[in-house]
Design a protein around this ligand. Structure first.
Ligand SMILES: [Zn+2]
Length: 396
């Protein structure tokens, strides 16, 4: 039996002129990606900035969606593509075009079949328009990261939203943006609610590839705190994936801590730091003829911690639910003198500081600007002050 061709096409442009009605997030199709989408940048098409600068900006925008706590993930292929047509050609391409499309800054196109999105292309309209990378130096143009964050919201299946928060910040899926604006790169609660509703709540971390299932790290659970300087990692094999490598780094995509080709079903990384820093894992693999990757992040074991006393809720790495947040912890063995510090810097206590009794405490007056919040749980155990760390993202 012959397969019918997918024919549905949607073109959604990010405009420079205000339109739209007052409503929160909506989906433009009932179709969904099966787990995630891997996109490829046409590197030679990139204008105004270097291809690696553009790739980094797009990668960061993908991370914003991947950190939204939904069961889908976006990945940028490590490869290149010469795809420069708006076409269902088997490559979900991102390319710049020295052309204009009305007032549109960029446009996302999507194709789906039954209830499965099978491809999406993003065009940055570069005719008479300047794009910038990073977060400074913009003049009379647009930051790639912010435009990409918006277009990637279309890629996952979201349409425009007219949501504006109490501080006057528009949702990332707001239909228009201003020159040099940087508010799209941080998702609003409306955007997060949208992707979570479309894909369900869960940990992200796999760059899906449509019908094929990608390898992914299964243990330790993404978002968890490592148990010491030595840590065993396991993964799923995926469908037809080969050339698996595990990188562990102190920065997203980094490999300063560990780098090794994978065979078998587990590997033990040794010599890992025990200072509570974030550790970023990247699982590289070849699938469907291209290098792709899945990510997960962890918290390094805390120095001096016995590992028996830990913050248990909210989960390390998660986004807080508002300016008021309840924290719970495990009791530990013979641990006394518990204190919770919350700070804007590692080990800081500028946001909250209180001795703990009972089994939970509610911190109030926390910032709601999306900053990283560092929690330090101090305690006396075995006659010495020790601590356990966790990081969170402030609500916004
Ligand atoms: Zn749009």
């Amino acid at each position: 039996m012959r397969r019918r061709l997918p024919v549905l096409l949607v073109a959604i442009a990010l405009g420079a002129v205000a339109t739209g009605s007052l409503h929160a997030w909506v989906a433009y199709t009932a179709a969904r990606w099966p787990g995630g989408a891997t996109m490829t940048l046409n590197r030679s098409s990139v204008a105004n900035v270097s291809a690696s600068q553009a790739a980094a900006a797009i990668q960061t925008a993908m991370s914003a969606w991947n950190n939204a706590g939904a069961k889908m993930a976006l990945a940028l292929s490590g490869g290149d593509t010469n795809a420069n047509q708006i076409a269902n050609d088997g490559v979900s391409a991102i390319f710049f075009r020295p052309d204009s499309n009305g007032s549109a800054i960029a446009t996302t196109y999507a194709w789906w079949y039954n209830n499965v999105i099978i491809e999406s292309d993003i065009v940055f309209w570069n005719g008479g328009r300047v794009f910038f990378a990073g977060s400074s130096g913009c003049s009379g143009g647009y930051y790639i990261e912010d435009v990409a964050a918006h277009e990637l919201g279309h890629v996952v299946g979201l349409d425009h939203s007219s949501f504006v928060d109490a501080n006057g910040q528009t949702a990332t899926m707001y239909p228009t943006t201003g020159q040099c604006d940087q508010n799209f790169r941080s998702l609003s609660s409306d955007d997060i609610g949208g992707i979570r509703s479309l894909y369900g709540v869960g940990s992200s971390g796999t760059g899906g590839t449509g019908a094929s299932s990608p390898p992914q790290i299964t243990s330790p659970a993404p978002g968890s705190t490592l148990t010491g300087s030595s840590q065993s990692f396991t993964w799923t094999a995926g469908t037809g994936a080969s050339e698996l490598w595990l990188h562990l780094g102190s920065t997203p995509g980094g490999r300063d801590l560990f780098e090794k080709g994978l065979t078998g079903s587990s590997i033990t990384a040794t010599g890992l730091p025990t200072d509570g820093r974030p550790i970023y894992a990247t699982l590289w693999f070849v699938q469907n003829g291209a290098w792709q990757y899945a990510t997960a992040s962890y918290t390094a074991a805390a120095s001096g911690s016995t590992g028996t006393l830990m913050l248990t809720s909210p989960a390390a790495g998660s986004t807080l639910s508002g300016s008021s947040q309840t924290f719970t912890w495990t009791a530990g063995t013979g641990a006394t003198e518990l204190w919770l510090h919350l700070g804007s810097t590692p080990g800081g206590r500028d946001l909250f500081e209180k001795g703990l009794t009972g089994s939970s405490i509610t911190a109030t007056g926390l910032p709601t600007d999306g900053r990283t919040i560092y929690a330090t749980l101090w305690f006396v155990q075995n006659g010495a002050w020790q601590h356990a760390n966790a990081t969170y993202t402030a609500f916004r």
